[in-house]
Ligand binder design. Structure first.
Ligand SMILES: *Cc1c(COP(=O)(O)O)cnc(C)c1O
Length: 456
């Protein structure tokens, strides 16, 4: 019975040397991203004014299936990868389920999440292009932390616009970034035109992700030798994150295991997209079948209750438009929402796979998410990030269904990170102060009604 170890490790040489681009195997491709000014498909030159050239090329390439992972990036990966695929024997026992539960753990690095997989790639291409530095925004701080680590490794300047409320409430995240040499500015700031305008219009505002994105983009285009980078949503980010799925598949193959069910949490869709890419590729090529589930918060339900339409990726409306499942770029989750995954839209690749029925989606309420998080922490030893715990919730629910039916399904989920910086949310849960808020149809209609009108 115990021939499958608690941790399935690959060795360094078994780590993938190519990223996999699932778009190459999609007969119907995700819709092209559009220039917000002209509403025409973005050209490589337009995109290269904001993003690094090679990243812009990856973004627009929906036919090349495999991209070599440059040696410099592989060397960095080797410091914390391959990440373990863990058999959750203790959780199975606790649940009394015949199901076999596995999780791919991405929290084993200082940034505490999978975001480092793409941060190091984006920093590498910026360095290769001879840039001085990059700008970005961060909300809770995981992306900003990952990017500051990546930039210090390649000796690049890193300017992070951090949503003011997080800057003040998460001083330790901020200090981790500064320890890695990043300049962290609370947003809205007085550094940029858009920041000054917002400060004048809304004195005392504590900022928003949309505003921080607009500031970061302005900072990139107004400084010589800088580009803007983003930690989720984009096709290039899913490409880099495919390392998660490729390793997962290699680890399963080593033991001749075929997962029945693959579960991931979905904010912008990057970890989910990365985890499922090789498996979705098999489905698309007609080679295998898997039950793939994206899990999102009931308070920000873009796949389960949004519309599939072109929308702005940011509230400032400076980034390209993408066709995606969206709640409207003006949608802001309720203030009592503590569980992360707050983005109004969803990666256009994940959206298209969902629209084609290759994957399904489910939404869960945050008190149930934290209940699952605590159960997991107490038996598996890892304190999970609230985001990751959305996937834990559904994995537990599915394992309990197996208990009813007696099926020994192989269930795998992505454990994207650790929750040490989320103790305020855990505190709320432990004090019994956490509540659930599910937006009404009217709430959603208000922001969905503001979607741009695009005829292609
Ligand atoms: C950012 C983050 C997520 C959500 O982002 P995706 O792009 O949807 O993957 C999930 N888990 C953790 C730990 C994160 O930091």
């Amino acid at each position: 019975m115990n021939e499958i170890p608690y941790k399935i490790y690959l060795n360094e040489n078994e780590m993938p040397d190519k990223w996999y681009n699932v778009r190459a195997d999609m007969k119907k491709k995700p819709a092209p991203i559009l220039n917000p000014g002209t509403l025409q498909p973005v050209t490589i030159d337009e995109l290269s004014a904001i993003f690094c050239r090679e990243l812009a090329e990856q973004e627009l390439d929906d036919t090349t299936a495999y991209f070599d992972i440059p040696e410099e990036i592989r060397n960095f990966y080797k410091m914390y990868r391959p990440s373990p695929l863990v058999r959750a024997y203790c959780l199975e026992k606790k649940l009394g389920t015949p199901a076999h539960i596995y999780y791919k753990f991405e929290g084993n690095n200082t940034s505490g999440s999978h975001k480092l997989n793409s941060a190091i790639a984006q920093a590498y291409y910026a360095k290769k292009q001879g840039l001085k530095g990059v700008t970005t925004e961060t909300g809770a701080g995981q992306w900003g932390t990952a990017l500051s680590m990546a930039c210090s490794y390649f000796d690049l300047d890193c300017q992070v616009y951090m949503v003011k409320v997080s800057y003040e409430q998460k001083p330790f995240r901020r200090e981790v970034m500064r320890t890695y040499g990043a300049q962290v500015t609370p947003s809205p700031s007085m550094n940029t035109e858009v920041g000054r305008k917002i400060n004048a219009e809304f004195p005392g505002t504590t900022g928003s992700l949309g505003c921080a994105i607009s500031e970061a983009v302005e900072a990139a285009v107004s400084q010589e030798g800088y580009r803007y980078v983003l930690g989720s949503v984009l096709a290039q980010v899913l490409l880099h994150q495919s390392v998660i799925g490729l390793e997962t598949k290699a680890a399963f193959d080593k033991y001749g295991i075929k997962p029945d069910m693959i579960i991931g949490c979905a904010g912008g869709g990057s970890n989910l997209g990365g985890l499922i890419s090789p498996f979705a590729g098999e489905i698309l090529r007609g080679e295998a079948n898997y039950d793939i589930i994206a899990v999102e918060p009931a308070s920000c339900p873009s796949l389960t209750r949004g519309v599939y339409a072109y929308d702005f990726c940011d509230t400032g409306k400076v980034c390209p438009l993408a066709k995606m499942y969206t709640l409207g770029s003006g949608f802001i989750p309720s203030a009592n929402h503590a569980g992360g995954l707050r983005y109004h839209g969803m990666s256009s690749v994940v959206s298209e796979l969902y629209d084609q029925g290759i994957i399904s989606a489910r939404s869960v309420e945050q008190t149930n998410v934290f209940e699952a998080a605590e159960m997991f922490a107490r038996v598996e030893g890892i304190l999970p990030a609230p985001e990751s715990s959305h996937a834990i919730r559904v994995a537990i629910d599915e394992a309990l269904k197996c208990k009813e039916t007696g099926e020994a399904k192989n269930i795998v989920f992505g454990l994207t990170g650790t929750g040490y910086f989320d103790m305020v949310a855990y505190e709320k849960y432990n004090n019994g102060e956490m509540t659930d808020y599910i937006p009404t149809d009217d709430d959603l209609k208000k922001s969905i009604d503001t979607l741009p009108k695009v005829d292609l």
